[in-house]
Ligand binder design. Structure first.
Ligand SMILES: Nc1ncnc2c1ncn2[C@@H]1O[C@H](COP(=O)(O)OP(=O)(O)OP(=O)(O)O)[C@@H](O)[C@H]1O
Ligand SMILES: [Mg+2]
Length: 258
């Protein structure tokens, strides 16, 4: 699905006054794009995603999904995955996934098949009856991905989905999400603090800056897939994006870690 932000503004009104969080956001996202959004804490990345999922409303401008307003878009068209897996601790893997299924009119058999298909997709065969406490962080995040994908959303929003995971699990899940993206041809938007993750996944990397949140720069990532993190081409984009954040400083200077 395509998505466009037209002069989007967002201001929160608090007792202490208004805070302008997003200013003049203009962005065109094509069907099948994988957009990575990076930017300092508090620059409005999560707010931007909430405007797409309908969890929050714009103060000005508009967000258009496939030519229609957010409110004319079916809730199941936009799936959201958060940093924490948000599973029900008392429900098994398959029951957690079933809970996400919006189409309650399916027969028992159809539901069972669909759940099995999604457990297969995330590679958790054999864990159907496991409870969340029996799973690792990465496995729990896989379940939340399956629970969202089961409705076949045309747009998947991922808000720092791998932020709490170790480097190995993170890389595995990035590969899995890429496979799903290639297979389902959905539009994905990921918010991340990890510049390598942004380059590895994105067709475009959007760099935001704060106070108020604006789009500072959009990079087209013109690298063939599978992308190799240790390649010179990859390093070229890494350097460009670090420079965008910090200017022409030494990108290896540890004082400038994000
Ligand atoms: N419901 C709200 N009411 C008031 N202020 C809010 C609300 N939601 C967010 N904000 C403010 O908007 C700004 C942007 O918040 P947001 O969560 O979008 O940032 P972020 O870029 O996702 O940050 P992080 O990287 O830390 O997750 C912050 O200053 C935050 O305090
Ligand atoms: Mg956030």
């Amino acid at each position: 699905m395509s998505l466009s932000f037209k002069n989007v503004r967002k201001t929160f009104s608090l007792k202490t006054g208004d805070i302008e969080v997003l200013r003049d956001i203009n962005l065109e996202i094509n069907d099948g794009d994988f957009i990575s959004i990076v930017g300092p804490s508090g620059c409005g990345k999560s707010t931007l995603l909430k405007l797409i999922s309908g969890l929050d409303t714009v103060t000005g401008g508009e967000v258009i999904i496939n030519g229609k307003g957010v409110y004319e878009t079916a809730a199941t068209e936009v799936g959201v995955i958060f940093q924490e897996s948000r599973l029900f601790p008392w429900k098994t893997v398959e029951k957690n996934i079933e809970f996400g299924l919006a189409d309650k009119s399916l027969s028992k058999k159809q539901k069972k098949d669909l759940i099995a298909q999604h457990i297969n997709l995330i590679g958790l065969n054999g864990f159907e009856k496991a409870l969340p406490k029996q799973l690792s962080g990465g496995m729990k995040q896989r379940v939340s991905i399956a629970r969202t994908l089961i409705n076949k959303p045309g747009i998947l929003l991922l808000d720092e989905p791998f932020g709490a995971l170790d480097a190995f699990t993170k890389i595995n899940l990035q590969n899995e999400v890429l496979k799903i993206w290639e297979k389902q041809k959905s539009t994905m938007i990921i918010v991340t603090h990890d510049i390598d993750e942004a380059i590895f996944l994105g067709t475009k990397v959007v760099v935001m800056s704060p106070k108020p949140g604006i789009i500072q720069k959009v990079f087209d990532i013109d690298l063939p897939r599978p992308r190799v993190r240790t390649s010179d081409d990859f390093a070229y984009y890494r350097k460009k994006i670090y420079k965008e954040f910090f200017g022409n400083i030494d990108a290896n200077n540890i004082e400038y870690i994000i």
